[in-house]
Write a protein that binds this ligand. Structure first.
Ligand code: HEC
Length: 116
């Protein structure tokens, strides 16, 4: 009984919202893909700016100075963030070069290298 009431209420609110909000809804649908692109690209520019590619290559597979293949890395976001910030082996630390936000963006960008 309680559930039925909830469903009716939900349907009512959707109905009300749909009548008044059609224009707004169309706007948000158009905006969403652009937001996704804006979110995806910063990591790529950080990757270029910090010249990660000089060792890892634009596709992550170059392996210069024994650099790990980023397209096959199994590291979690935390582990990547840690290595990018503090460096490891032949890889220098980036915490003085990149902001924490940029480090997290470029750590996320590695996921795109993995998809290819
Ligand atoms: C000077 C060459 C060099 C540069 C520049 C460089 N790396 Fe590395 N990177 C390495 C090497 C070498 C390793 C392997 C470290 C080890 O395990 O000893 C590595 C490892 C990593 C790893 C760990 C991956 C794994 O699975 O082991 C990540 C993530 C990473 N690099 C990301 C980046 C990012 C992002 C940048 C740019 C901000 C960058 N690297 C710039 C040389 C470099």
């Amino acid at each position: 009984m309680k559930n039925n009431l909830l469903v009716i209420f939900a349907l009512l609110s959707v109905g009300l919202w749909a009548c008044g909000g059609n224009e707004k809804k169309a706007e948000t649908t158009i905006k969403t893909p652009q937001k996704t692109v804006a979110k995806v690209n910063p990591g790529k520019s950080v990757y270029r700016k910090a010249a990660c590619g000089s060792c890892h290559g634009t596709d992550g597979k170059k392996g210069m100075y024994q650099a790990s293949d980023l397209s096959t890395t199994t590291m979690t976001m935390e582990e990547r963030t840690e290595i990018i910030a503090n460096g490891k082996g032949n890889m220098n630390a980036f915490k003085d070069v990149l902001s924490p936000k940029e480090i997290s963006q470029v750590a996320q960008y590695i996921d795109q290298l993995k998809e290819k």
